[in-house]
Design a protein around this ligand. Structure first.
Ligand SMILES: *Cc1c(COP(=O)(O)O)cnc(C)c1O
Length: 224
């Protein structure tokens, strides 16, 4: 935790940025609710989860005082048939990449009488690398569709740096897309980029949100 905070402070100073502008989302996937409670006690207020079943069970296990004090970010690939259920507990959904998913989230939020903050996940890899994300050419139409959903608040963009590419190049491209998005949707100021391996590049490019798992919690059990 301290190491990552120090990395963010150093990268912010190098970029001439205030570290307070950068929100650290601690990715707690594969780690139990007890670890989420410990993180909360250390001052963490934003957590990230990427699988619906795991996230839903974990959030329900938390004491209400902790749960209500956390912002839960859903960051995983989302099928439209699960999206309504995610709206029951997520505060933020970072991985919206299709109109169908946006509409399902909107219906779920309506059903639970909530509003959700969302970012659109952008695929900067070009080829189908199965990480999800809308292609840049389709971003404006998706952003308009999200903005029309009464229970969703369009907050900005998210990406996962493509495998094998320079993270820095990907994040700079994301910043350009963010600037064009803000021309039409000035409220969409969030830029979620950067994970354990590339958070410095994300801070340098101008990210507002980092999603960091293993550098804080240690390595996860083998990927499923
Ligand atoms: C797991 C995950 C992260 C965190 O990755 P680390 O390398 O453990 O920091 C960030 N973003 C997404 C979308 C993830 O699934």
């Amino acid at each position: 935790m301290q190491t990552v905070e120090q990395r963010i402070a150093t990268a912010s100073a190098a970029a001439g940025r205030d570290p307070e502008e950068v929100t650290l989302v601690v990715v707690t996937k594969y780690f139990p609710a007890g670890d989420v409670q410990r993180l909360h006690a250390l001052g963490v207020r934003d957590i990230g989860e990427n699988k619906h079943q795991e996230a839903s069970a974990k959030v329900q296990e938390l004491p209400p005082a902790v749960r209500d004090d956390l912002r839960t970010h859903f960051i995983g690939q989302l099928q439209s048939n699960k999206a309504a259920a995610v709206a029951a507990y997520a505060d933020v959904v970072q991985s919206v990449d299709r109109v169908k998913v946006a509409r399902a989230l909107d219906r779920g939020a309506e059903r639970h009488d909530r509003t959700l903050e969302v970012t659109i996940q952008v695929d900067l890899g070009g080829d189908d690398d199965a990480r999800g994300g809308v292609r840049p050419a389709d971003l404006p139409a998706l952003a308009d569709a999200v903005a029309e959903c009464s229970r969703l608040r369009l907050k900005g963009l998210m990406t996962v740096a493509p495998l094998g590419a320079e993270a820095r190049d990907a994040f700079e491209r994301l910043m350009q897309l963010s600037a064009s998005l803000r021309a039409d949707h000035p409220e969409a100021t969030w830029v979620s980029a950067g994970m354990s391996a590339d958070l410095e590049a994300a801070v340098a490019a101008g990210a507002t949100h980092l999603r960091v798992g293993s550098a804080i919690l240690g390595s996860r059990p083998a990927l499923r």
